[in-house]
Design a protein around this ligand. Structure first.
Ligand SMILES: [Zn+2]
Length: 304
């Protein structure tokens, strides 16, 4: 009986002797496969960047290209103004080498998360830092592409502070992106030029477009401040009646914030509701540049 046990144990040991070399060989094979790709940047090499909004994440991707791995805390289509962070956000912030928020009261929730969760050597920048003294009412500075160049500049400097070894790449990516933003500014102006001067009035629900209006010489009216679903039908119909009387055929709302109520009130007043975006999300507006072009075309289509 004792002998039998010893034999069993012996077989176990023999089995291990066999398994171990096979496992080692497999491991070596796996690491050899991995090292054959050493000329491309792997996820582990990338600089981990966390932003508040999807729009900021897009700007970081343009300046950081494949040197960065970027995550936005506010999901696409969600409202940054009312966003509440989750424990998963703390984990993401804890891993980040660079944290990017807008500033100006738009995304202050990040400050609290950073205080509790960020690593001590993480760099935190406010993308709108250089613009905040211009205006303390509307922090949506990116609605003016000239201001977005300053965002990209701040992001470039943040990337260099967190990852100085790749400074030259961040500088040249920035230059390239700056040229695209300059082109975007021309394209928007050209598209808006097709609209009759007396109809250059952007009427929105979300108070996010004053910098856009200022850049292109438009009038802007924000009807309710932020969320159209918060307004009751009576006042909404009244507001839209006045819009109609001024000869403005359309008002604009972010599709995710607009509601059946808004659509119904607009229909009653004979005013169209067109789509406009203030943040990047899936579909036609998956990048900052696409979003801005989409907005200009939406205005041109419904107002000219
Ligand atoms: Zn906003």
């Amino acid at each position: 009986m004792i002998l039998q046990l010893i034999n069993q144990r012996q077989r176990w040991l023999n089995l291990h002797r066999l398994i171990l070399p096979v496992a080692m060989a497999l491991l070596l094979l796996a690491s050899a496969c991995g090292s054959s790709q050493s000329n491309t940047t792997t996820d582990a090499d990338r600089l981990t960047v966390v932003t508040t909004t999807t729009l900021l994440a897009d700007l970081v991707k343009n300046v950081g290209s494949d040197l960065v791995e970027v995550t936005a805390l506010v999901p696409p289509g969600a409202d940054v103004h009312s966003f509440q962070s989750t424990p998963a956000d703390n984990v993401a912030v804890g891993r980040a080498a660079l944290l990017v928020s807008n500033g100006g009261g738009l995304d202050q929730f990040l400050d609290q998360v950073i205080e509790g969760a960020s690593s001590d050597d993480a760099v935190h920048i406010l993308a709108a830092e250089s613009l905040l003294e211009l205006d303390d009412d509307d922090p949506h500075f990116w609605q003016n592409p000239v201001f977005t160049v300053q965002y990209a500049e701040g992001i470039r400097d943040g990337l260099i502070a967190a990852d100085p070894d790749n400074a030259a790449d961040y500088r040249s990516n920035f230059q390239e992106y700056k040229d695209r933003l300059t082109e975007l500014d021309f394209d928007i102006a050209n598209t808006l030029d097709t609209i009759q001067t007396d109809r250059r009035h952007l009427i929105t629900f979300h108070d996010a477009f004053s910098h856009f209006a200022e850049r292109y010489g438009w009038q802007v009216t924000s009807l309710v401040g932020s969320d159209a679903s918060q307004v009751s039908p009576g006042p909404m119909v009244e507001i839209l009646d006045r819009v109609r009387e001024q000869g403005i055929p359309a008002v604009f709302a972010e599709p995710q914030f607009s509601s059946g109520l808004l659509e119904k009130a607009a229909e009653e007043a004979g005013v169209e509701v067109g789509p406009i975006y203030s943040d990047v999300q899936d579909g036609d507006v998956a990048s900052y540049i696409d979003m801005m072009l989409f907005n200009a075309k939406s205005l041109a289509r419904l107002l000219r």
